[in-house]
Design a protein around this ligand. Structure first.
Ligand code: ZN
Ligand code: ZN
Length: 269
């Protein structure tokens, strides 16, 4: 049986709650054939206990630790040092750091605070030997610049989550050794450019995700997103890349474990 992993979702989001609690969402995903998922942290000051509890309770559910760029100006998030972040990742099911990055579309936090937070997260990744989950919106050049400056010449590994940038960003991210994660956006009718980019990404660098509760794929665009729906993204990539859905599942699951090595260590059959 093929393996499908949702590399990025938010199981503790209030916006996903109408569908059920985290355990119910995991059960629904498992029932649909999605075997694992990473529930991603946005507020380091608030979420880690809940995320670790969800990961502890559920087989093949992992989590991250980090501050979303939207929240980078909050004093409670700024208070965390690199050492504090590293300490929070000691739990066996914390498999990465993020989501961090830059969002200059919304600018809910100041650009300077976002950049400082991103650099701090990168330092923590290098210290903890964990991948970074990067959120990038309207900030491609700055994202690449900061990774080049802080990434210690390719030592930093990570993923451009919910990739929605252009071909140049994809090429530069790949040049840095980063993975590219496709969300439900790739299924949207107007996403021809993104589907064209998908054809240029080496198969061993592709991940899939939902970013649930956001961005539900076609034909569920009006609904709340959930990890079970990652199958639609796999289906779309299969069409675009001339593979079967199961092949996309296995390829992206294998890539997932190559990047999130701690997830491989705690994988349960
Ligand atoms: Zn994001
Ligand atoms: Zn997210």
């Amino acid at each position: 049986m093929a393996l499908f992993i949702d590399s990025h979702c938010h199981l503790n989001s209030p916006k996903i709650a109408p569908l059920g609690d985290a355990d119910a969402l995991v059960a629904r995903a498992n029932g649909a054939g999605v075997s694992g998922m990473v529930t991603i942290c946005c507020r380091m000051a608030e979420e880690p206990p809940v995320l670790k509890q969800i990961a502890d309770k559920n087989k093949n559910v992992w989590c991250t630790i980090g501050t979303h760029p939207h929240d980078a100006s909050k004093e409670s998030e700024k208070a965390f040092s690199v050492a504090d972040i590293v300490a929070l990742t000691a739990h066996p099911k914390v498999v990465g750091i993020g989501e961090s990055g830059l969002d200059f579309f919304y600018n809910f936090s100041t650009p300077d605070d976002q950049a400082a937070s991103f650099r701090k997260h990168i330092h923590a990744c290098l210290e903890a030997d964990l991948p970074i989950v990067v959120h990038a919106r309207d900030a491609d050049a700055d994202i690449i610049k900061i990774i080049r400056e802080e990434g210690q010449g390719g030592k930093l590994r990570g993923v451009m989550h919910c990739f929605s940038s252009g071909a140049q960003m994809a090429a530069e991210a790949l040049d840095l050794g980063f993975y590219i994660s496709f969300s439900g956006i790739v299924t949207f009718k107007n996403a021809d450019a993104l589907r064209d980019i998908a054809k240029t990404v080496p198969l061993d660098k592709i991940l899939i995700e939902t970013d649930a509760p956001y961005l539900a794929p076609e034909p569920h665009r009006k609904n709340i997103n959930e990890p079970a729906l990652v199958l639609h993204t796999a289906n779309c990539l299969a069409d675009v890349l001339g593979k079967t859905r199961d092949e996309i599942g296995d390829i992206t699951a294998s890539n997932f474990f190559n990047l999130f090595t701690k997830a491989r260590d705690t994988w349960e059959q």
